[in-house]
Design a protein around this ligand. Structure first.
Ligand code: MOS
Length: 767
């Protein structure tokens, strides 16, 4: 912990919220910015960490849900008699059970249906639930429930949903809300100014979140108090929903989520399974555990919608963009959710004339949910590949084309200045580190193995803010507790929190314990999503540590008969700078001894007005395309990221490599396949047929280049988000590398061998 890490900070560092003269300005740091293994890494890899799925309580029952096997059906009758008599069965519930008539809402508040609905709009809708003594007894019992269905015609293809004879998924027709339009300037005038125009249609496939730990909960009642262990990204959101559903004071519901095995947005909302577990727990007066089987996590717990995106870009012969016209179609599945992709094409580059329309339609498919940068990797797949097509037409380096069109702020009216923007550095420094120029100038390969390099840029549109409250407690032996509500969804939240306290107070990391993600015992935080956990909660952690330090120096000044400003606090010793003989260890501080501990509270301050905060990214990729088999090998990947200050370089790299792996899934391997002809069902709801990238599918050589410039205008740790930006440009960078190898961009993801061979043949590049 003695290495220091120097930051590029231009000009004065804005004052920290408490305006504390003793706050080190973090121009140089000893802990922050270094590589630290996760503080709970041992627990995670040794199996001693208790994930919600590991929770096992005395007298606990096991739940299972009967789901509709059809893409579209109406329930005519349900007979649970036989199931109720099965061995071990304690309770069977359906929509007819008193207390189950619960209205269901989207995260945004939109009415969605009921806990159980007779109208099943997609495969996997809930019909009944059972709790039994063992998991297999529960599964046997749901199989014994007899359901009579009226099977209805279905539509699962986005492009067929609006045809006049398409079955109505929702009563009002298949438009999922009005199209979302983003526009500025005059699109016709923009294209009239253009010397060159490119136009193409790109497609992405539906991608499934596929968390390693399935969705699920354990519910337990004590009188009128409910405790839930949930695999969730945010305990306070689940607490609020459960309180509403059961008409309880919020304080009567305790939600605990200490660990969770993968959450990419789908675990931001409360699951129906959580409510069902709680209903069955109350009816049986026993705890109920209800975790979904793997198949259900493919069909019902959300996905990144596939999109069809037509983009037309106009530019002057020097590369200046003049107009972008953009049309995107996607499906939210059977319920409301915006499947739009137009944000990136509208805002990434400086262009005066834009018209972007996002249309979302209903289909008889599992509902979409937020998934790691909702809509934006798809927008990058179309925009960033079209930019390369444009560069080819202009005979310009794709890097130069992007550098020529950088925006100075978010192009709303008026333009919102960014609190920080290092996209140029991402592109230039990334290209330098990757060896872009030399790689692009390489002579073309002659054989059937063709190499190519590509890049893509991206930005993300959310950066968090208040509320977040954190408490730090310092003990007289120099150890500390951090108490914060945020969930650590595997990204290293607890680790950077400890690093910040170590930085401010000099407490070694191994003497810091963290209480988090428990609504009964921790401070309030919003859900961990939107790449906002670091920029929302780290400022509160820092403010809490500074609050401890402020009190410590006040008390020491009193005892040493000097002023706080005269005191230096380092390595857990307090020393007077004017008289170094006046010195105190923590154990000698009388006020600390009287209290037992010092407690500091920190709050996340509001964001600045009139500005916009975005993380930025550029990724670079080298591929080898086999023109005989259509296989792609990804040889190298480099992610250059502006996410403000780096708190932990190790988990920063982890996020970038993980985001790249997930983006390779979108671009190359993953695809939800629905049987559009006969059944409307998903045909690959398992890890064998749904291809998550393996270690053989990702790059041999991964590199991460943080553009480590703190954004002090945004918050007191200078941080912005990273998790989502890390997957935004990835698929498009692969597409552009393939285009560099073959001479034309691949329009449709995922780039299976079949699609690559189609491209090879259409370009006349067969070997
Ligand atoms: Mo993310 S889609 O906000 O977990």
């Amino acid at each position: 912990m003695t290495d220091t890490h120097a930051y590029h900070i231009d000009g004065p560092v804005p004052e920290t919220p408490e305006n504390d003269p003793h706050s080190n300005d973090w121009r140089e740091t000893r802990v922050v910015g270094t590589r630290q293994p996760k503080v709970d890494g041992y627990e995670r890899v040794s199996g001693t960490a208790i994930y919600p799925q590991d929770v096992s309580l005395p007298e606990m029952l096991h739940g299972a849900i009967l789901r509709c096997p059809y893409a579209h059906a109406r329930v005519l009758s349900i007979d649970t008699t036989e199931a109720e008599e099965m061995p071990g069965v304690q309770i069977v519930i359906t929509g007819k059970t008193p207390g189950t008539d619960i209205p269901w809402y989207e995260r945004g508040g939109q009415f969605y249906g009921h806990l159980f609905d007779d109208h099943c709009r997609h495969e996997g809708e809930e019909i009944a639930a059972v709790a039994a003594e063992t998991p297999l007894q529960a599964v046997d019992a749901i199989r014994a429930i007899k359901v009579e269905y009226e099977i209805l015609p279905f539509v699962v293809d986005d492009d067929k949903a609006l045809l006049p004879d398409a079955p109505a998924v929702q009563e009002g027709g298949n438009m999922a809300g009005d199209p979302q339009i983003r526009e500025r300037g005059d699109i016709a005038a923009g294209f009239a100014e253009a010397d060159v125009v490119v136009e193409n249609t790109y497609r992405t496939a539906c991608q499934i979140q596929a968390p390693l730990e399935p969705h699920g909960s354990v519910a337990k009642w004590d009188g009128n108090r409910l405790t839930v262990w949930d695999s969730t990204q945010g305990v306070f959101g689940v607490q609020e929903t459960m309180a509403k559903v059961f008409s309880l004071p919020i304080s009567n519901v305790r939600v605990i989520g200490h660990y969770m095995g993968g959450g990419f947005g789908a675990k931001l909302e409360t699951g129906k399974y959580t409510v069902m577990a709680a209903i069955m727990s109350r009816m049986t007066a026993r705890p109920v555990k209800l975790f979904l089987p793997r198949e259900d996590c493919f069909t019902v717990t959300g996905n990144r919608p596939g999109n069809t995106m037509t983009i037309k870009i106009g530019a002057k012969s020097d590369g200046t963009l003049t107009a972008i016209e953009y049309l995107s179609l996607g499906t939210s599945g059977a319920y409301r959710y915006g499947a739009g992709t137009g944000a990136l094409p509208t805002y990434l580059y400086k262009v005066a004339n834009v018209h972007a329309v996002d249309t979302t339609v209903y289909t008889n498919a599992g509902k979409a949910r937020p998934m790691r940068a909702p809509g934006v990797p798809q927008g990058a797949w179309s925009l960033e590949q079209a930019m390369d097509e444009l560069a080819r037409k202009l005979d310009m380096d794709p890097l130069e084309l992007r550098l020529k069109n950088l925006a100075s702020g978010l192009q709303t009216d008026p333009v919102m200045p960014y609190t920080s923007n290092q996209l140029r550095a991402c592109l230039e420094n990334g290209a330098e580190a990757f060896g872009w120029k030399a790689a692009r100038q390489r002579t073309p390969d002659k054989g059937h193995l063709k190499r190519g390099v590509g890049l893509a840029a991206g930005m993300w549109f959310y950066s968090g803010g208040p509320p977040s409250t954190v408490v730090v407690k310092l003990f007289s032996d120099g150890s500390a507790n951090i108490n914060m509500g945020a969930s650590d969804i595997g990204t290293g939240t607890k680790t950077w929190a400890a690093m910040i306290v170590a930085e401010e107070l000099g407490v070694p990391l191994e003497k810091i314990q963290i209480e988090h993600a428990d609504t009964a015992t921790t401070q309030y935080a919003t859900a961990s999503g939107g790449s906002k956990t670091v920029p929302s909660d780290s400022p509160a952690v820092r403010a809490a540590a500074m609050d401890v330090k402020r009190q410590l120096l006040e008390f020491a000044a009193e005892q040493l008969e000097t002023t706080p400003a005269d005191l230096d606090f380092s390595d857990l010793m307090i020393t007077s700078t004017s008289d170094p003989s006046k010195t105190l260890g923590l154990g000698e501080l009388e006020r600390l001894e009287r209290r037992g501990l010092l407690m500091g509270t920190g709050y996340r301050d509001p964001n600045p007005d009139g500005t916009f905060t975005s993380p930025f990214a550029a990724q670079f990729c080298e591929v080898e395309v086999n023109t005989r088999t259509g296989e792609i090998r990804i040889l190298r990947f480099l992610g250059a990221h502006d996410s403000g200050r780096v708190l932990n370089r190790l988990t920063f790299d982890n996020q970038v490599f993980g985001g790249i792996a997930m983006g390779i899934g979108l671009g190359v391997t993953e695809e939800r396949i629905l049987d559009g002809k006969q059944t409307g069902k998903m045909v690959n709801p398992n890890f064998h047929d749904y291809k998550i990238p393996t270690i053989l599918d990702v790059a041999d050589d991964h590199a991460c280049l943080p553009i480590d410039v703190p954004d002090y205008e945004f918050n007191n740790t200078g941080t912005k988000g990273l998790g989502e930006p890390a997957t935004i440009p990835t698929a498009a960078a692969v597409g552009n590398a393939v285009a560099n190898a073959l001479g034309g961009n691949p329009p449709n993801a995922p780039l299976t061998p079949e699609k690559i061979l189609d491209l090879v043949h259409s370009l006349g590049k067969g070997a």
